[in-house]
Design a protein around this ligand. Sequence first.
Ligand code: MIC
Ligand code: SF4
Length: 640
Amino acid sequence: MGQNIVQKIIGSHILSGNMVPNEEISVKIDQTLTQDATGTMAYLQFEAMGVPQVKTRLSVSYVDHNTLQTGFENADDHRFLQSVAAKHGIYFSRPGNGICHQVHLERFGVPGMTLLGSDSHTPTGGGLGMLAMGAGGLDVAVAMGGGPFYLNMPKVVNVRLTGRLKPWVSAKDVILELLRIMTVKGGVGKIIEYSGEGVTTLSVPERATITNMGAELGATTSVFPSDEVTLAFLKAQDRANDWSEIKADDDASYDEIIEIDLAELEPMVAQPHSPDNAAKVTEIGRIPVCQVVIGSCTNSSYTDLMRVAGILKGKKVHPSTSLSIAPGSRQVFEMLARNGAMADIISAGARILETACGPCIGMGQSPSSGAVTVRTFNRNFEGRSGTADAKVYLASPEVAAASALTGVLTDPRELGEYIDVQMPDKFLTDDSMIIPPAEDPSLVEVLRGPNIKSLPVNRQLPAKISGPALLKLGDNITTDHIMPAGAKILPLRSNIPAISQYVFSGIDLSFPDRAREAGEGFVIGGHNYGQGSSREHAALAPMYLGIKAVITKSFARIHKANLVNFGILPLTFVDETDYDTFNEENTLEIDVSSIDTMNELVVKNVTGGNEFRVRHDLTPRQMEIIKAGGLLNYTKQQAG
Ligand code: MIC
Ligand code: SF4
């Protein structure tokens, strides 16, 4: 029986378990990446493991999130990251060199390899035919130390692409259509594998836009074949030697099949406040747009920005609309500067931002109150832009640039003749902003500023946990709800005591104080709890505040793994209607002494006098981690 791409790559990296859907497996990780907002923790954890040099084939530390230096904090973190990288065998991509996923695609990604990144959009690498997955920083630290990465074997969904995109329809529209079909929880426990003749019509950056936003489906990752198109891209990056062909066997089988005819797609947007709230631009109509932002790891490649420049050339941004553009990498930025396209962009009235995540993570450019903003990003969760009542629409660079000119949401097909941008035969390659690790690590001193606080650790799991249900939430709670980002809070990523004061701050400002006062407590959620970012701070900071268990209808993959890593029990209702049988602030009590032998536990509602059942699906290994109070404690115990 033939194999699909997922089975081939996992099969060649599997260390334990069988490739049976939902069975726990572990795989060897070839490459890791971190970014600064999750990286400081990941490297503190790596240091705590006491491994002198990384054991991966390649590990890269990027600085792209916390680049706004409004105080010493971010700059201190950058300095720490640079020195810790030099000491432990890690390449360091300096601030200004670009967004981790874009740079990794250009300079490091290798078809057929595994990549683990402390960022949920690591699947961008799937555009090159890698098995690229997002995880919490601690899992990445373990992988850097040579440890396996554990996951449940996902189901494989085959998305068959036929036809070819019409002019002005783009890769973003493909993934928005898939989000419309599958929703933000449709990909949980699955990997999306693309095939069909439509694949050959898409360039690597276009494929990467699609795999990038597979994260929004909740999918473990997404992957494209590695073919002639991949080879051409790698050649143009001076990396032809990194190429190998990766394709599914003709008789490969899949758990699910979805067909999309590229020729039938039209320009789309995701409406507020969810990436799956997708509709055709023509269905929404010409609503006034206050702001347009073009950039992020989804849509800021060379071809994306060349087309934007072509649209803007000789025209001016509408007087009631602000246009900001952040190129995805220094390679893209410099190529546009040299070929004159940047001049067209500047002349149109665009505000050029640093080559970084920027507004995507709320680092500046927050829109005005109640404003409609069209962004080429991947997430439009409420409040993520920094303006609580802003209405964020996600769209392709073409829709965004057209709307910037007209001041209203605009179908780019109105622009007339299509601007065809060719992939360059040769990209400008200059890796001088990527600093290799030190030749003699013993000479490197790791520099820690006062913002870097030591790691809090959890206690062992007691026999009984009890406390109030501190917060009762609905479906699709994101890690942006749990642990918000933005220019004010992000600089505290290496300071858990300080950042914990902002847990759930967009929902309930009293949460941290109530949690502290209670000593121990619970959070209650609906379906797909913890979707979105990989930030382990959404587990670590609640753990610091005394959260012992989170009880939900279902979890998103990365967040659930992060909860386990920090010793918080992820539990789900056996009967979902029990969600309605208790209120916020009711005191709950769970006897957890038998989690080893029983996967159902009884929750006593001490206030209401009733009981209900919850379950866990922890593997024996995860059970030991929970009992130890988290992965770091567990690893120390294992080491004796
Ligand atoms: C995001 O897009 O939310 C982030 C910021 O890149 C996160 C990581 C983080 O919170 O640091 C992600 O997607 O994992
Ligand atoms: Fe950065 Fe936004 Fe991409 Fe996250 S989604 S890595 S914040 S550009």
